[in-house]
Ligand binder design. Structure first.
Ligand SMILES: [Zn+2]
Length: 74
């Protein structure tokens, strides 16, 4: 899967996509993408943190829908 590499300015820590910061013309460095594991060892903890399955959590979703057990939000 191709991802656009997110860059971050070394000087002002603004995020962007180019090699040069749009804010201060500083040099941008690539931000390492979040690691993703299919096994998702943190999944249970993360779902607990967002209180997945609760009415509040459901309302926070972009589109109300039936929650499929085990489905990742990504
Ligand atoms: Zn900058």
């Amino acid at each position: 899967m191709v991802r656009t590499k997110l860059q971050r300015c070394k000087d002002c820590e603004e995020y962007g996509l180019g090699d040069i910061c749009k804010h201060c013309d500083g040099k941008m460095e690539t931000v390492a993408p979040l690691k993703y594991s299919p096994e998702d060892p943190q999944g249970t903890r993360r779902r607990q943190r967002v209180d997945a399955g609760s009415d509040i959590w459901i309302e926070s979703l972009p589109t109300p829908r039936k929650v499929i057990e085990g489905e990742e939000e990504e």
